[in-house]
Design a protein around this ligand. Structure first.
Ligand SMILES: NC(=O)c1ccc[n+]([C@@H]2O[C@H](COP(=O)([O-])OP(=O)(O)OC[C@H]3O[C@@H](n4cnc5c(N)ncnc54)[C@H](OP(=O)(O)O)[C@@H]3O)[C@@H](O)[C@H]2O)c1
Length: 351
């Protein structure tokens, strides 16, 4: 049994914790909190040990805290850092490296530049084996993870026939739980989005991938609009869809009018799953093939998609498992195939 500490209990940390508690190979030693708010009580009510920074112990005197983050780190085999973007790097330098503890970082960090947390950006579909034996690895962000689930199978199937990918990311403003965050009534342009460069870290630095991004006032997932250019006549939509029939974490839907339909279905169907599907959803009714180009759209469950990925990555780093062993264990915890099937049945093509 390996011991894991989750540093940060927000959108991502609370989800990772919840699934790890179901994993018989893992003991969750506790979670890290930084603000003395209601979420401390929520975590304790879920039988979690809550740890806080040494310097903040007094701020938490009204709560039944288990101790300091600095002390609990000595008891664990791996940390999953789920702090706000940029704090993961500071935690690495101040806590994990001095204590020689392996750590997983989230998509708000970087693997380029002065504040890089790792030399590997993980995507289980593209580079699982590279994480074996690593001590510090970054999990790609939700958009970066989602793009990998589409691009990698396309490349495997069509290889040199592909000329370029143009992707527009329509990003959600805030997460469902982030009720304190206002969703502004504007469409915001993102200058120099990091997503394309991040994808190229596993897809290849010279990949003909061109990404632009905007942010829109919704909490209901991201939507990617992707144009795929081929050397000659593009394949038919049915040929594109067939590639994803057996892909992990990709559901093909025909009748979802919008992203909220999918969230509502998830909420009704999996009561204990944070309204997540943990996957991307190809909106098959929107796929077209015109001349040399396939146009497609898929939505990306922003909070849910990276949770099974963290689980795969953790297994590579903690146990050195083969891809197949890690995959089947992740499948048993997340029931991804069953979720995919339920989504596809609910949003099946109308005859
Ligand atoms: N939200 C998404 O859809 C999404 C998807 C993929 C990847 N990510 C990435 O996941 C990471 C976490 O994002 P999030 O959305 O979960 O953020 P979040 O909801 O704002 O939660 C951040 C958590 O980190 C805690 N925290 C604050 N300072 C910290 C520190 N120095 N060290 C460790 N934890 C600290 C906060 O504690 P207090 O609340 O106690 O202050 C809070 O529990 C980011 O890198 C983000 O880019 C997010």
């Amino acid at each position: 049994m390996k011991k894991v500490f989750i540093n940060g209990y927000g959108s991502i940390g609370s989800r990772i914790t919840s699934f790890l508690k179901d994993d018989p190979e893992i003991t969750v030693v506790g979670i890290g909190k930084y603000s003395p708010d209601n979420k401390v009580k929520i975590a304790i009510s879920r039988d979690l040990n809550v740890y806080v920074p040494e310097r903040k112990l007094n701020d938490f005197s009204d709560y039944n805290i288990s101790g300091s983050i600095e002390s609990v780190l000595d008891e664990c085999d791996l940390v999953i850092d789920a702090s706000p973007g940029g704090h993961g790097y500071k935690n690495k330098k101040n806590l994990y490296e001095p204590k020689n503890i392996p750590a997983i970082y989230q998509g708000g960090e970087s693997i380029i530049g002065d504040e890089s947390v790792s030399d590997l950006l993980f995507n289980s579909r593209a580079n699982y084996d590279l994480a074996l034996g690593k001590k510090h690895v970054m999990q790609g962000s939700c958009n970066v993870t989602g793009m990998g689930r589409i691009l990698e199978p396309l490349r495997e199937k069509f290889g040199d026939e592909l000329i370029r990918f143009d992707v527009t990311l329509i990003r959600r403003w805030a997460d469902i739980e982030q009720t304190e965050k206002n969703v502004s009534d504007t469409i915001e342009m993102t200058e120099k989005p990091h997503h394309g460069d991040d994808v190229k870290l596993y897809f290849g630095k010279d990949a003909p991938l061109y990404v632009r991004a905007i942010k829109v006032p919704t909490r209901q997932m991201h939507l990617h609009i992707m144009d795929i250019r081929f050397k000659d006549i593009a394949p038919k939509p049915s040929e594109i869809h067939s590639i994803f029939e057996n892909e992990f974490g990709v559901a093909t839907l025909w009748t979802a009018k919008g992203t909220k339909d999918i969230r509502d279905f998830a909420q009704r169907t999996w009561l204990d799953n944070f309204t997540d599907t943990n996957m991307i959803h190809i909106h098959a009714n929107m796929t077209t093939s015109i001349g040399d180009t396939v146009q497609m759209m898929y939505s990306d469950d922003q909070t849910g998609i990276v949770i099974p990925e963290n689980h795969m990555l953790m297994q590579a780093m903690l146990f050195g498992k083969s891809y197949d062993d890690a995959f089947s264990h992740t499948q048993s915890i997340f029931n991804m195939n069953e979720k995919k099937q339920a989504l596809q049945e609910n949003f099946a093509k109308n005859d």
